[in-house]
Design a protein around this ligand. Structure first.
Ligand code: NAD
Ligand code: TDX
Length: 356
């Protein structure tokens, strides 16, 4: 049993990782500033779990972070907190530089001070795991895959800020000997994803009977991984990963965006048929493309399979997608609560969603 400090615990992947870590008997301290993307409602399932503690804090607050490390005698830091939405980084890059780069610098500084205060097996076992993305590698053409040895070539303000934070983590290992791990993962989907991202956004546009906005021609390709598979990979990296190493995780499920939207429509036609026999596909609308839109991402995660024993438990994207749609349909109140707060850009008409 370890004491794990999870930054960004009230967000999508962080909360799914918290769920997994608690289920394995670890103690978890969730640390989150509760920005527009982080919500206490997301932590509701764990709030009465004796192994879980929540600290409301900003990753830029080095003092509070160091105090939290000491108070809870932390063994492992799993760093998820970030500004994570590419479209938002295009319209307002400043917050991405501040949180993703300066915030990670602040955590590294506090973690180094804490690490240096430790001794013996506690010091040997300490790990700082930084959760990153495949977007740091840039974009692929029609063939090939990213791996741990692919050179960095980030294209968006988001991916550049993530690349900057990855490089800081690398330097803190090389220069100060901080025992770090970096994981680069492809597009996640699953329960509790904030409805600004493609899959939940399309679900709520569809349920309102509004256009499904596909950027460009919908030809861009993403490699989709279920968030529970990603969470398992992160835990395996903490348990068995080698200090200073990077591990890539992918879903082995490349799909064009238009294919994802069609798959969603098929599930919704079955689970929540529209009135009068209309089909959700009729709502698909091609809109102006995202500036600098990366064409294709795909991950070769054979290193994680070989060195960590990583396996995908979701055998197909379609199985995971159906389970995800079912989760959103059964948890409409969660989506309503998290999108109804000040500062949230996406807005849905919940009376239309409820009517279906
Ligand atoms: P998210 O936007 O759902 O959650 C981010 C969380 O971080 C929120 O709870 C937010 O409140 C918190 N946060 C933001 N700024 C903070 C700050 N300054 N201090 C403390 N907390 C702060 O993001 P997500 O999709 O769960 O992504 C988590 C991590 O995984 C990110 O680092 C992201 O870059 C990475 N990642 C995401 C994906 C994906 O497909 N979503 C894929 C690969 C990697
Ligand atoms: O309304 C939309 N229409 C559309 O066509 C939205 C929101 C997205 N898209 C397209 C853009 C992308 O090609 O769908 C694809 C997926 O978009 P997002 O869900 O915004 O994800 P992406 O930009 O690929 O980035 C995600 O994966 C990598 C996460 O948000 C990042 O945090 C992660 O690092």
């Amino acid at each position: 049993m370890k004491s794990i400090l999870v930054t960004g615990a009230a967000g999508f992947i962080g909360s799914n990782f918290v769920e997994l870590a608690l289920s394995k008997g670890h103690k978890v301290v969730g640390y989150d500033a509760l920005t527009y993307a982080g919500h206490l409602e997301t932590l509701e399932p764990f709030k009465n779990n004796p192994g879980f503690t929540f600290v409301k804090g900003n990753i830029l607050d080095q003092e509070l972070f160091l105090k939290t490390l000491k108070e809870h005698q932390i063994d492992w830091v799993a760093h998820f907190a970030a500004e994570s939405h590419v479209d938002k980084s295009i319209s307002g890059p400043g917050a991405f530089i501040e949180t993703n780069i300066n915030g990670t610098f602040s955590l590294l500084s506090a973690s180094r001070a804490y690490f240096e205060s430790l001794s013996g097996s506690k010091k040997e076992g300490f790990r700082f795991l930084h959760v990153s993305t495949d977007e740091v590698f840039g974009e692929l053409g029609p063939t090939g895959k990213f791996s741990e040895t692919t050179p960095y070539a980030p294209n968006s303000p988001y991916s550049a800020s993530k690349a900057g934070s990855d490089l800081l983590v690398r330097a803190w290992h090389h220069t100060y000997g901080l025992p770090t791990l970096i994981t680069n993962c492809s597009n996640n989907y699953g329960p509790r994803q904030f409805p600004e991202k493609l899959i939940p956004h399309m679900i709520f546009c569809a349920l309102q009977g509004k256009p499904l906005p596909v950027y460009g021609k919908g030809e861009n390709i993403r490699d989709w991984i279920h968030v529970k598979d990603h969470s398992r990979g992160i835990l395996q990296a903490l348990e068995g990963g080698k200090s200073g190493e990077t591990y890539c995780f992918g879903g082995n499920s490349e799909r064009k965006n238009i294919e994802v939207v069609h798959a969603l429509c098929r599930v919704l036609n079955e689970l929540r048929p529209r009135s009068g026999g209309a089909k959700y596909e009729e709502l698909i609308t091609f809109v102006t493309d995202r500036p600098g839109h990366d064409f294709r991402y795909a991950i070769d995660d054979s290193k994680a399979q070989r060195e960590l024993g990583y396996v995908h438990e979701f055998k197909s994207f379609e199985i995971g997608l159906r389970a995800t749609v079912e989760w959103y349909l059964s948890n409409l109140d969660w989506s309503q609560k998290v999108t109804s707060k000040p500062g949230v850009k996406v807005s849905y008409d919940w009376s239309l969603v409820a009517k279906g």
